[in-house]
Design a protein around this ligand. Structure first.
Ligand code: 5AD
Ligand code: SF4
Length: 442
């Protein structure tokens, strides 16, 4: 028997890339590859890239440069670029970095086995198509390895919203929803392999409208179908757009016990002028009213968001409106970014805000968000939460898991297994995690 070839995958960007990397590893598993944690002993290196901000793309080129030595030592080493930078820059990557053997976009990675074979024959392989066939179905022959207790499951891809700053509609293409029966089959398979919590993924996940037994299903209907899967204990979904928070999805947050009280609902800005220029088609006020309805359905829900500061033509008053919105909503988590020009998007052509103004605004916003995050986390002390344990902690006997609110929680000297779901009383709040004591296994 020949020794297995080794595959090193480095994943950048969003959770959808994490899911895609798992699928790519499975696709190449059929070619005799096993994953390795280090690039040094790899026969193939794949960078699964993100194009959402400029820095993310530049990181890929500097990372590729670092593999020069490895390739010189091992000429049989194949280097590939996957994901959204691959989609956006395709040929340009091969031109700029000749040590790249393979470039594969996010819609065609089921063709990796055949592409890998071509690279072994000494050719370069590039595929950034949007093929007709369903890449998820084409990858059915996956090995049934045991899994940790949490998993991602992509249910929807692409976006038709065309926010003026965003490359996603160009790199991931138009919105496509997977049929519900395939998602349910994949979910049952994950549960059989030890998964107890599934996060449904999509660039616009709450716009889900996949085919079901009686016509198209909404995300809420899909969640209710997953609710019936025995052994699946927790359901999450991300990322949502405010305009697609339908009534049934809001209601599910109150009625579906398996749906966790956490919602990532990016608003990007608190200024109506900027929201209009971003092509967001909602206002700060309509967002507030939406949050009110969601909180009426599930009062303890923890909200998270994304914000962009320094979007073209953002004034200090516009920025202040974002700060006011954050104050009013109260976020448990929030991700904030300086606006980054993306070639080909409408906002790239507009009058840009100075870099140091962006930096200063980001600093203020992040200060506010951190204070809110800490206050919400500190407010958990004394409360009882449910924790799904995922791994051992840094210290002997320490176990770490996530609460229903997605806070990391660690307990000491507890006899709990990975995958256990327990009631935990929170006893302390650190900078990024909570400490607790087991009350009962649930
Ligand atoms: N510049 C800065 N942030 C961006 N995002 C998307 N495009 C850009 C850009 N050009 C942010 C948005 C989005 C998150 C995934 O990334 O906040 O919600
Ligand atoms: Fe990008 Fe999200 Fe806007 Fe779609 S809804 S264009 S993915 S920011």
């Amino acid at each position: 028997m020949t020794a297995p070839k080794k595959l090193f995958i480095k994943t950048y960007g969003c959770q959808m890339n994490v899911y895609d990397s798992e699928r790519m590893a499975e696709a190449l598993g059929g070619q005799g590859y096993v994953e390795t944690a280090t690039p040094e002993d790899a026969d193939m290196i794949l960078l699964n890239t993100c194009h959402i901000r400029e820095k993310a793309a530049e990181k890929v080129y500097s990372e590729l440069g670092r593999f020069k030595g490895l390739k010189a030592e091992n000429p049989d080493l194949k280097i590939g670029v996957a994901g959204c930078v691959a989609q956006a820059e395709g040929q340009e990557i091969m031109r700029r970095q000749p040590l790249v053997d393979l470039v594969v976009g996010p819609q065609s990675y089921h063709r990796l086995p055949e592409m890998e074979a071509r690279t072994r024959a000494g050719e370069k392989a590039l595929d950034t198509d949007f093929p007709e066939e369903d890449k998820f179905e084409a990858l059915k022959s996956r090995p049934k390895a045991a899994r940790g207790p949490t998993a991602f499951l992509t249910v929807q891809e692409g976006c038709d919203k065309f926010c003026a700053f965003c490359v996603v509609p160009y790199t991931r293409g138009a919105e496509v929803s997977r049929p519900a029966d395939r998602i349910l089959t994949e979910a049952r398979d994950l549960v059989d392999r030890g998964v107890r919590e599934i996060t449904l993924l999509g660039q616009n996940v709450n716009a889900y409208h996949g085919a079901g037994p009686d016509g198209d299903m909404t995300l809420a209907q899909l969640i209710w179908a997953l609710d019936k899967v025995d052994g699946l204990e927790r359901i999450r979904f991300t990322t949502s757009h405010p305009n697609d928070m339908s009534e049934d999805l809001i209601a599910a947050h109150g009625d579906c016990a398996k749906l966790m009280p956490y919602l990532h609902l990016p608003v990007q800005s608190g200024s109506d002028k900027i929201l209009k220029r971003m092509n967001r088609s909602h206002t700060a006020d309509s967002y507030f009213r939406l949050i009110e309805r969601i909180r009426a359905a599930r009062p303890d829900i923890l909200l998270s968001g994304d914000f962009i500061v320094g979007f073209p033509e953002e004034t200090e008053a516009d920025f202040q409106a974002t700060m006011d919105l954050v104050e009013e909503v109260g976020y448990g988590y929030a991700y904030s970014f300086k606006y980054s020009t993306r070639p080909g998007t409408p906002a790239a052509e507009r009058a840009q805000v100075d870099e140091d103004v962006k930096s200063e605004r980001l600093h203020r916003l992040q200060g506010l968000i951190t204070r809110q995050q800490r206050a919400i986390q500190d407010g958990m002390v004394g409360r009882e939460v449910s924790v799904l344990f995922e791994k051992q902690g840094r210290f002997d006997g320490q176990m770490v898991g996530k609460s229903e609110y997605l806070h990391a929680v660690h307990v000491n000297d507890a006899k709990v297994d990975i995958g256990a779901l327990c009631r935990v009383r929170i006893t302390g709040s650190g900078s990024n995690s909570l400490a607790g004591e087991i009350v009962a296994a649930s």
